[in-house]
Design a protein around this ligand. Structure first.
Ligand SMILES: *Cc1c(COP(=O)(O)O)cnc(C)c1O
Length: 360
Protein backbone atom coordinates (compact mmCIF):
# COMPACT_ATOMS: atom_id res chain seq x y z
CA UNK A 1 0.00 0.00 0.00
CA UNK A 2 1.24 3.48 -0.82
CA UNK A 3 -0.42 6.49 0.78
CA UNK A 4 -0.53 9.64 -1.32
CA UNK A 5 0.82 12.95 -0.05
CA UNK A 6 -2.65 14.43 0.01
CA UNK A 7 -3.07 18.21 -0.26
CA UNK A 8 -6.87 18.09 -0.60
CA UNK A 9 -8.76 21.12 0.73
CA UNK A 10 -11.52 18.85 2.03
CA UNK A 11 -12.54 16.22 2.71
CA UNK A 12 -8.91 15.97 3.64
CA UNK A 13 -6.26 13.65 4.99
CA UNK A 14 -6.54 12.13 8.45
CA UNK A 15 -3.75 10.96 10.77
CA UNK A 16 -2.71 7.48 9.67
CA UNK A 17 -2.78 6.26 13.28
CA UNK A 18 -6.45 7.18 13.51
CA UNK A 19 -7.33 5.31 10.33
CA UNK A 20 -5.44 2.24 11.54
CA UNK A 21 -7.21 2.24 14.87
CA UNK A 22 -10.58 2.63 13.15
CA UNK A 23 -9.70 -0.28 10.85
CA UNK A 24 -8.78 -2.45 13.86
CA UNK A 25 -12.07 -1.60 15.57
CA UNK A 26 -14.24 -1.82 12.45
CA UNK A 27 -15.88 -5.16 13.26
CA UNK A 28 -15.71 -5.13 17.04
CA UNK A 29 -15.41 -1.98 19.13
CA UNK A 30 -13.78 -2.74 22.51
CA UNK A 31 -15.24 -6.25 22.78
CA UNK A 32 -18.81 -5.10 22.23
CA UNK A 33 -19.23 -7.43 19.25
CA UNK A 34 -20.39 -4.43 17.18
CA UNK A 35 -18.76 -1.94 14.87
CA UNK A 36 -19.44 1.72 15.77
CA UNK A 37 -21.61 2.18 12.67
CA UNK A 38 -23.91 -0.60 13.89
CA UNK A 39 -24.52 0.73 17.40
CA UNK A 40 -27.60 2.44 18.76
CA UNK A 41 -26.81 6.07 19.41
CA UNK A 42 -28.59 5.64 22.73
CA UNK A 43 -26.70 2.54 23.80
CA UNK A 44 -24.07 2.70 26.54
CA UNK A 45 -21.19 2.12 24.10
CA UNK A 46 -21.97 5.05 21.84
CA UNK A 47 -22.93 7.32 24.75
CA UNK A 48 -19.39 6.77 26.04
CA UNK A 49 -17.81 7.51 22.63
CA UNK A 50 -19.87 10.70 22.33
CA UNK A 51 -19.18 11.90 25.87
CA UNK A 52 -15.44 11.30 25.54
CA UNK A 53 -15.27 13.12 22.22
CA UNK A 54 -17.06 16.09 23.76
CA UNK A 55 -14.89 16.10 26.89
CA UNK A 56 -11.66 15.88 24.87
CA UNK A 57 -12.78 18.68 22.56
CA UNK A 58 -13.64 20.90 25.56
CA UNK A 59 -10.26 20.18 27.09
CA UNK A 60 -8.28 20.78 23.88
CA UNK A 61 -10.02 24.06 23.07
CA UNK A 62 -10.38 25.11 26.74
CA UNK A 63 -14.08 25.78 26.15
CA UNK A 64 -15.57 27.77 29.07
CA UNK A 65 -18.42 26.19 31.08
CA UNK A 66 -21.01 28.66 29.76
CA UNK A 67 -20.66 27.34 26.20
CA UNK A 68 -22.62 24.49 24.63
CA UNK A 69 -20.93 22.08 22.28
CA UNK A 70 -23.25 20.63 19.63
CA UNK A 71 -22.50 17.83 17.17
CA UNK A 72 -24.84 18.54 14.26
CA UNK A 73 -25.22 17.82 10.55
CA UNK A 74 -25.63 19.87 7.40
CA UNK A 75 -22.10 21.28 7.18
CA UNK A 76 -21.04 24.90 7.28
CA UNK A 77 -23.30 25.67 4.33
CA UNK A 78 -26.37 24.66 6.34
CA UNK A 79 -25.03 26.79 9.22
CA UNK A 80 -25.16 29.78 6.89
CA UNK A 81 -28.96 29.57 7.33
CA UNK A 82 -29.07 28.00 10.79
CA UNK A 83 -26.95 30.78 12.33
CA UNK A 84 -29.33 33.64 11.45
CA UNK A 85 -32.38 31.49 12.34
CA UNK A 86 -30.97 31.04 15.84
CA UNK A 87 -28.93 34.15 16.39
CA UNK A 88 -31.09 37.07 15.19
CA UNK A 89 -32.86 37.14 18.59
CA UNK A 90 -35.33 39.82 17.53
CA UNK A 91 -32.77 41.93 15.66
CA UNK A 92 -33.41 42.80 12.01
CA UNK A 93 -29.84 43.16 10.83
CA UNK A 94 -26.58 41.23 10.98
CA UNK A 95 -23.08 42.46 10.04
CA UNK A 96 -20.88 40.37 7.74
CA UNK A 97 -17.25 40.81 6.71
CA UNK A 98 -16.65 39.75 3.11
CA UNK A 99 -13.22 38.19 2.63
CA UNK A 100 -13.87 35.69 -0.15
CA UNK A 101 -15.83 32.79 -1.56
CA UNK A 102 -17.04 31.39 1.77
CA UNK A 103 -18.02 34.78 3.17
CA UNK A 104 -19.95 35.47 -0.01
CA UNK A 105 -21.95 32.26 0.43
CA UNK A 106 -22.70 33.12 4.06
CA UNK A 107 -23.84 36.62 3.11
CA UNK A 108 -26.13 35.41 0.34
CA UNK A 109 -27.82 32.82 2.54
CA UNK A 110 -28.26 35.12 5.55
CA UNK A 111 -30.04 37.57 3.25
CA UNK A 112 -33.02 35.19 3.21
CA UNK A 113 -33.56 35.76 6.93
CA UNK A 114 -32.51 39.31 7.71
CA UNK A 115 -31.01 42.50 6.42
CA UNK A 116 -27.32 41.92 5.86
CA UNK A 117 -24.88 44.77 6.27
CA UNK A 118 -21.56 44.03 4.59
CA UNK A 119 -19.48 46.03 7.04
CA UNK A 120 -16.17 45.56 5.19
CA UNK A 121 -14.93 43.75 2.11
CA UNK A 122 -11.64 42.95 0.42
CA UNK A 123 -13.26 42.36 -2.97
CA UNK A 124 -11.52 45.53 -4.27
CA UNK A 125 -8.22 43.61 -4.28
CA UNK A 126 -9.52 40.17 -5.27
CA UNK A 127 -9.79 39.01 -1.65
CA UNK A 128 -6.05 39.02 -1.01
CA UNK A 129 -6.21 40.70 2.41
CA UNK A 130 -8.36 41.03 5.53
CA UNK A 131 -9.87 44.50 5.96
CA UNK A 132 -8.41 46.09 9.11
CA UNK A 133 -10.81 46.44 12.02
CA UNK A 134 -10.78 50.27 11.92
CA UNK A 135 -12.28 50.19 8.40
CA UNK A 136 -15.35 48.17 9.42
CA UNK A 137 -18.68 50.00 9.30
CA UNK A 138 -20.72 48.06 11.83
CA UNK A 139 -24.46 48.65 12.31
CA UNK A 140 -25.83 50.18 15.49
CA UNK A 141 -28.15 47.24 16.23
CA UNK A 142 -26.61 44.14 14.70
CA UNK A 143 -27.58 40.73 16.06
CA UNK A 144 -24.00 39.55 15.52
CA UNK A 145 -20.88 40.11 13.43
CA UNK A 146 -19.97 37.22 11.13
CA UNK A 147 -16.48 36.43 9.86
CA UNK A 148 -14.96 33.52 7.98
CA UNK A 149 -11.80 33.20 10.05
CA UNK A 150 -10.00 31.11 7.44
CA UNK A 151 -10.94 31.46 3.77
CA UNK A 152 -10.18 27.99 2.41
CA UNK A 153 -10.22 29.02 -1.24
CA UNK A 154 -8.43 32.38 -1.15
CA UNK A 155 -6.01 31.31 1.60
CA UNK A 156 -6.66 34.17 4.07
CA UNK A 157 -6.59 33.76 7.83
CA UNK A 158 -7.37 36.11 10.70
CA UNK A 159 -4.31 36.14 12.98
CA UNK A 160 -6.19 38.43 15.36
CA UNK A 161 -9.63 38.38 16.96
CA UNK A 162 -11.84 41.34 16.00
CA UNK A 163 -13.22 43.33 18.91
CA UNK A 164 -16.98 43.71 18.38
CA UNK A 165 -17.81 45.05 21.84
CA UNK A 166 -21.02 43.57 23.23
CA UNK A 167 -22.17 42.31 19.81
CA UNK A 168 -21.49 38.56 19.53
CA UNK A 169 -18.77 37.54 17.11
CA UNK A 170 -19.70 34.53 14.95
CA UNK A 171 -16.98 32.66 13.06
CA UNK A 172 -16.95 30.01 10.36
CA UNK A 173 -13.76 28.18 11.40
CA UNK A 174 -14.28 25.15 9.15
CA UNK A 175 -10.80 25.05 7.68
CA UNK A 176 -8.59 26.04 10.62
CA UNK A 177 -10.42 24.91 13.72
CA UNK A 178 -8.04 23.20 16.16
CA UNK A 179 -4.98 24.28 14.17
CA UNK A 180 -4.10 26.74 16.95
CA UNK A 181 -5.40 27.71 20.41
CA UNK A 182 -8.44 30.02 20.31
CA UNK A 183 -9.85 32.19 23.09
CA UNK A 184 -13.40 30.84 22.81
CA UNK A 185 -14.72 33.48 25.24
CA UNK A 186 -14.15 36.15 22.58
CA UNK A 187 -16.76 34.50 20.33
CA UNK A 188 -20.53 34.18 20.65
CA UNK A 189 -20.56 31.24 18.28
CA UNK A 190 -18.03 29.13 16.40
CA UNK A 191 -19.03 26.64 13.73
CA UNK A 192 -17.09 24.25 11.54
CA UNK A 193 -17.66 21.38 9.18
CA UNK A 194 -15.49 18.47 10.32
CA UNK A 195 -14.02 17.38 7.01
CA UNK A 196 -11.08 19.79 6.86
CA UNK A 197 -9.28 19.44 10.15
CA UNK A 198 -11.32 17.14 12.38
CA UNK A 199 -12.73 14.05 10.72
CA UNK A 200 -15.16 12.78 8.11
CA UNK A 201 -17.74 14.88 6.29
CA UNK A 202 -21.18 14.73 7.86
CA UNK A 203 -20.35 16.17 11.28
CA UNK A 204 -20.76 19.88 12.00
CA UNK A 205 -19.42 21.35 15.18
CA UNK A 206 -21.17 24.28 16.87
CA UNK A 207 -19.81 25.97 20.00
CA UNK A 208 -22.22 28.60 21.29
CA UNK A 209 -22.47 30.81 24.39
CA UNK A 210 -25.49 29.58 26.32
CA UNK A 211 -27.17 32.96 26.88
CA UNK A 212 -27.51 33.38 23.10
CA UNK A 213 -29.71 30.34 22.51
CA UNK A 214 -33.44 29.83 23.02
CA UNK A 215 -34.68 32.60 20.73
CA UNK A 216 -34.72 30.80 17.37
CA UNK A 217 -37.15 31.98 14.69
CA UNK A 218 -40.42 29.97 14.89
CA UNK A 219 -39.74 28.53 11.41
CA UNK A 220 -36.45 26.93 12.59
CA UNK A 221 -36.46 23.15 12.04
CA UNK A 222 -36.23 21.42 15.43
CA UNK A 223 -33.08 19.54 14.39
CA UNK A 224 -31.43 22.93 13.75
CA UNK A 225 -32.65 24.68 16.89
CA UNK A 226 -29.57 25.06 19.09
CA UNK A 227 -31.61 25.16 22.29
CA UNK A 228 -33.49 21.96 21.51
CA UNK A 229 -30.28 20.23 20.44
CA UNK A 230 -28.45 21.44 23.56
CA UNK A 231 -31.24 20.09 25.77
CA UNK A 232 -31.04 16.69 24.13
CA UNK A 233 -27.22 16.40 24.05
CA UNK A 234 -27.22 16.73 20.23
CA UNK A 235 -29.46 13.66 20.01
CA UNK A 236 -32.75 15.22 19.01
CA UNK A 237 -32.17 13.37 15.76
CA UNK A 238 -29.74 10.50 15.16
CA UNK A 239 -26.31 12.12 15.18
CA UNK A 240 -23.60 11.21 12.64
CA UNK A 241 -22.28 8.49 14.92
CA UNK A 242 -19.34 7.22 12.90
CA UNK A 243 -18.10 10.73 12.15
CA UNK A 244 -18.27 11.58 15.87
CA UNK A 245 -16.28 8.43 16.67
CA UNK A 246 -13.52 9.33 14.17
CA UNK A 247 -13.48 12.93 15.41
CA UNK A 248 -13.04 11.53 18.92
CA UNK A 249 -10.02 9.52 17.77
CA UNK A 250 -8.57 12.65 16.14
CA UNK A 251 -9.03 14.55 19.43
CA UNK A 252 -7.10 11.82 21.26
CA UNK A 253 -4.40 12.02 18.59
CA UNK A 254 -4.23 15.82 19.09
CA UNK A 255 -3.81 15.34 22.83
CA UNK A 256 -0.95 12.94 22.14
CA UNK A 257 0.72 15.55 19.91
CA UNK A 258 0.75 17.86 22.93
CA UNK A 259 -2.49 19.79 22.33
CA UNK A 260 -3.24 22.86 20.25
CA UNK A 261 -0.27 25.02 21.33
CA UNK A 262 2.05 22.28 20.15
CA UNK A 263 0.16 21.62 16.92
CA UNK A 264 0.25 25.37 16.24
CA UNK A 265 4.07 25.36 16.43
CA UNK A 266 4.11 22.51 13.98
CA UNK A 267 1.68 24.32 11.65
CA UNK A 268 3.76 27.52 11.78
CA UNK A 269 6.85 25.56 10.76
CA UNK A 270 5.09 23.83 7.86
CA UNK A 271 3.57 27.05 6.50
CA UNK A 272 6.89 28.93 6.83
CA UNK A 273 8.69 26.30 4.80
CA UNK A 274 6.32 26.78 1.89
CA UNK A 275 5.85 30.58 2.08
CA UNK A 276 9.57 31.24 2.50
CA UNK A 277 10.22 29.30 -0.66
CA UNK A 278 7.43 31.10 -2.55
CA UNK A 279 8.73 34.52 -1.45
CA UNK A 280 12.27 34.00 -2.71
CA UNK A 281 11.16 32.42 -6.01
CA UNK A 282 10.83 34.39 -9.22
CA UNK A 283 8.98 31.45 -10.75
CA UNK A 284 6.22 30.85 -8.16
CA UNK A 285 4.33 33.41 -6.10
CA UNK A 286 1.72 33.81 -3.37
CA UNK A 287 -1.04 36.36 -4.10
CA UNK A 288 -1.97 36.91 -0.45
CA UNK A 289 -0.84 39.82 1.78
CA UNK A 290 1.86 38.50 4.12
CA UNK A 291 0.11 39.41 7.36
CA UNK A 292 -3.09 37.59 6.35
CA UNK A 293 -1.79 34.34 4.92
CA UNK A 294 -3.44 31.10 5.95
CA UNK A 295 -1.32 28.44 7.61
CA UNK A 296 -3.76 25.80 6.42
CA UNK A 297 -4.49 26.64 2.78
CA UNK A 298 -1.68 27.98 0.66
CA UNK A 299 -2.70 29.12 -2.83
CA UNK A 300 0.22 29.77 -5.15
CA UNK A 301 0.74 30.53 -8.81
CA UNK A 302 3.25 29.69 -11.46
CA UNK A 303 4.22 32.94 -13.20
CA UNK A 304 3.84 31.04 -16.48
CA UNK A 305 0.36 29.51 -16.30
CA UNK A 306 1.00 27.41 -19.40
CA UNK A 307 3.14 25.17 -17.16
CA UNK A 308 0.28 24.42 -14.71
CA UNK A 309 -0.56 21.08 -16.34
CA UNK A 310 3.05 19.89 -16.39
CA UNK A 311 3.46 20.92 -12.75
CA UNK A 312 0.42 18.93 -11.63
CA UNK A 313 1.41 15.90 -13.69
CA UNK A 314 4.93 15.84 -12.22
CA UNK A 315 3.47 16.19 -8.72
CA UNK A 316 1.19 13.19 -9.25
CA UNK A 317 4.13 11.15 -10.47
CA UNK A 318 5.72 11.84 -7.08
CA UNK A 319 2.57 10.83 -5.19
CA UNK A 320 1.46 14.40 -4.47
CA UNK A 321 -2.24 14.81 -5.17
CA UNK A 322 -5.02 17.44 -5.09
CA UNK A 323 -2.77 20.46 -5.70
CA UNK A 324 -4.97 22.10 -8.33
CA UNK A 325 -6.31 25.44 -7.12
CA UNK A 326 -10.01 26.18 -6.80
CA UNK A 327 -11.60 27.31 -10.06
CA UNK A 328 -12.47 30.68 -8.48
CA UNK A 329 -8.80 31.63 -8.13
CA UNK A 330 -6.92 29.22 -10.44
CA UNK A 331 -3.28 28.22 -9.99
CA UNK A 332 -2.37 25.78 -7.23
CA UNK A 333 -3.36 25.28 -3.63
CA UNK A 334 -1.67 23.16 -1.01
CA UNK A 335 -3.86 22.44 2.00
CA UNK A 336 -1.61 21.48 4.88
CA UNK A 337 -3.94 20.68 7.76
CA UNK A 338 -2.94 19.28 11.17
CA UNK A 339 -2.50 15.75 9.83
CA UNK A 340 -0.01 16.78 7.12
CA UNK A 341 3.49 15.94 8.33
CA UNK A 342 6.37 18.40 7.85
CA UNK A 343 7.93 15.82 5.56
CA UNK A 344 4.99 16.15 3.12
CA UNK A 345 5.59 19.90 2.81
CA UNK A 346 9.33 19.35 2.52
CA UNK A 347 8.76 17.01 -0.41
CA UNK A 348 6.47 19.52 -2.10
CA UNK A 349 9.06 22.30 -1.76
CA UNK A 350 11.79 19.98 -3.05
CA UNK A 351 9.67 19.18 -6.11
CA UNK A 352 8.96 22.90 -6.67
CA UNK A 353 12.69 23.65 -6.57
CA UNK A 354 13.42 20.94 -9.12
CA UNK A 355 10.57 22.08 -11.36
CA UNK A 356 11.76 25.68 -11.18
CA UNK A 357 15.33 24.69 -12.00
CA UNK A 358 14.13 22.74 -15.03
CA UNK A 359 11.75 25.36 -16.44
CA UNK A 360 12.97 28.78 -15.33
C1 LIG B 1 -15.56 23.69 3.25
C2 LIG B 1 -16.09 24.95 3.81
C3 LIG B 1 -17.46 25.21 3.86
C4 LIG B 1 -18.49 24.26 3.28
O1 LIG B 1 -18.78 23.22 4.13
P1 LIG B 1 -19.91 22.15 3.77
O2 LIG B 1 -19.57 21.02 4.65
O3 LIG B 1 -19.80 21.82 2.31
O4 LIG B 1 -21.22 22.74 4.10
C5 LIG B 1 -17.88 26.41 4.40
N1 LIG B 1 -17.01 27.30 4.90
C6 LIG B 1 -15.67 27.08 4.87
C7 LIG B 1 -14.74 28.10 5.43
C8 LIG B 1 -15.17 25.90 4.33
O5 LIG B 1 -13.85 25.68 4.29
Amino acid sequence: MTRAINFSAGPALLPEEVLRQAADEMLDWHGSGMGVMEMSHRGKEFIKIHAEAEADLKELMAIPANYKVLFLQGGAIAENAIVPMNMLRGHGVADYINTGEWSKKSIKEAGKYCKVNVAASSEDRAFTYIPPRDSWKLSADAAYVHICSNETIGGLEYHWVPDTGSVPLVADMSSHIMSRPVDVAKYGLIYAGAQKNIGPAGLTLVIVRDDLIGKALPITPSAFDYKQQAESDSMLNTPPTYAIYIAGLVFKWLKKQGGLAQIERHNIAKAALLYDYLDQSAFFGSPVAKADRSRMNVPFKLKDESLDGAFLKGAEERGMVQLKGHRAVGGMRASIYNAMPLEGVRQLVQYMKEFEARHA
